[in-house]
Structure formats: C-alpha cells, structure tokens
Design a protein around this ligand. Sequence first.
Ligand SMILES: [Zn+2]
Length: 390
Amino acid sequence: MAKKKRKVNTKRIAIVVMIPVICIALLIANFTSIRLSIKGYHKEDKKVVLKLEKEDIKDILDYDQIIDISKWDKVKNDAHYLLYDEYYRASKKSVKKVVYYIDSYYERMEDLNYLGYTSDILFKNSDIYTISNLDTLISANVPYKKAKKYLSIKGAQITDIKEYVASGLSPLKAVLQVSYPGIDSSKKDSRSYTIENPEDTLILIKNGFSVPSDYVPKDLRDVNIPYETEVGQMRDEAASALEKMYKDGLKQGYSIAVKSSYRSYETQLAVYNEYFAMYDAAYAASLVSIPGSSEHQCGLSVDLTSQSVLDGTYGTFGETPDYDWVEQNAYKYGFILRFPENAGDRTGATNEPWHFRYVGKEAAKEIYDKGWILEDYIEHHGFTYNLRLN
Ligand SMILES: [Zn+2]
C-alpha cells in the first residue's frame, strides 16, 4: 500500500515558527521596559527611550544616573540624551546651551575621538573647548597626546596649538611667548584678553588684559585708615594687609593715608572720558587706563598719600620719608610698587610712586627680592587663571 503523501502546510509552519519569535521579541521589549522602570524611568520618559536605537538604550540602561528625558525634550534636540546628561553634570550650563553644544559636538565626535579628544577630556574643560575651538583642533590636526602638555598650561589658547608644538619651547614658555607677548607693554600685540577669574590676587590687569565690565569684587569693604577725600574700599584681604601696614608704620613714625583705592568700571569710564575730552587721544591714553583694564577695578590696588602731604609739609607722596618706608616694607604685607620708575616701557604706565598693588606675601617677597615687576613674575611663573581671547 502506498504511503499517503502528507501535504506540507507552509502557512502553518510559518505561524508555528513566528509565534515564539514574536513572543521572545515581546518579552525582550517588555524586559527593556521593565528594566527602565526598575531604574526609575516613568512612563513618558520610557516611551521616548524605547524609540531610540538599541545601542543607545543599552547605554542608558548601563548609565549610573537617571536621565530626565522630558527636560531635554523641552527644546528641539537630536536625542543624544546620555551625552546631554553627562555634559550637563560636568559643565552646569543651561539646557539650551547643553543641547546646542552636544548636538554640535556630536557631528565632530568621530574626528575628535580619532585625535584622542574624548568626551571626558572635553567636558571637564568646557570653557576652553568651545565649538569653534573644536573646529580649530580638528583643522590643526594635533593629537591630544602631543597637545596635552600645552593645553594644561593656564592661559593656553587653542588657536595657537600648532605654533606651541612648532616652537620647540617648554610648554610654559611656548604659551607665554606665542600667545602673550603683550605681557610686556614694550612689545606691540594687537590681541586683547578677558581675565576669566578676576578674583585671583595675581591677576595681571593692564591694557590688553581686562576684567569683565560688570566685575565687582564680592568682598569689598571700607579700609580703616585715614583718607584724603573719601573713605577707600578694597577687597578684604588687601584691606586687612593695608591696615596692618598703616599700624606698623605709625609705630615707627610714618603715617600713610588712602588717596584712591577701588574704582568701579563706571567711575573709570567717567575718568577716561574726562581725560579724552581734555587732551588729545594719544596723550590721554598714556595717562589713563581703558575701563576694565585699570588696576583699581580689581580692588587690590591703592594710591597712597601721607599725613605729611595732607598737612602741606611735602608736595607729593614720592618725596616723603613715609614713601621710603613703604617702598622698603610693603612686600612684608603683600604689596608691591606696581609701576616703578625704571620699568615704564614694560608696565605701560609712567612712574607712579603712590600706586601699590596687593599680590599676597609670597609673590610680593619674590618680586621685591629679585627686583622684579609683576610682568616678570608672570613671565616666570605663568598665569594662575584662564584668559579668553577677545
Ligand atoms: Zn593708582
């Protein structure tokens, strides 16, 4: 008897095979959804995450933080949620700025990674690695391994990275010589910089190096020593040092007083305009600092006078025995004579025997002992803060 040929039902096989596949797929989808729930994602955020690429979902599940997805969806974005969150935590910038930065960064990520600039490196120094600077880095084509030692110097400018490497100088010297010839006012430099941490007591503030126009030191206070016309204000640390110097001087028969100390941006602007109305531009510029670049705006500088000038015994502070005493002892209190007679071309200011600047005891002693000016100190030690090229 011939065997009855069984008809193969392909339709049925397909169904039989598909059911477990669908079940497994459902289970996996559900499993991901469950894992997201366990992690702490609520329904709406989960919906958005589940629509992402598999790898992105996996990264979000592996991430040790919960991402507030809806926060990022408040602005138009390219759905790089994990990067948004990481950059947000590192930079503390606004949602809008973070999305702009990351969406722009993402387009350059491959090139940057190739050169060794990982998100870890970039996100930690977000003020330096702006998007335009990322483009500069990519076009400069200097691998991070080579650039690292220069970029770690305070004040390093990414626009100059190729020149740093080419200079063959030590990292500090390369940064200072390539980017900051203008520290020395006798060297012409068309660049100008904004000081990013104006509260640093070692700031070099002069034409070409200014503090933001809205900078007002937080710890300004009245200086409790005699004054010529109105009570002077300085930052707390500098005021205390000046008060101590005044008291010690008094014990030895010297009596100093404040002529002028902290001046706001607005005051400096008024003085500046006054000089420019009175004199021709070149002469005025030699007498008065551009607003934002006056030593007096940092709250660390003081123009001194003395009782002997106020009572008419002497004409100017520079002629008095009080001046001689201050000139020889100011460093012990953290002050330096900022514009000595023999250094006018380098400081950019003519001899001002009344103008003292607080830099802290350690720097003041070194500057005094070595016969330096603040410019020498910076050229030797470098900056302790970052500067933004204007
Ligand atoms: Zn002054």
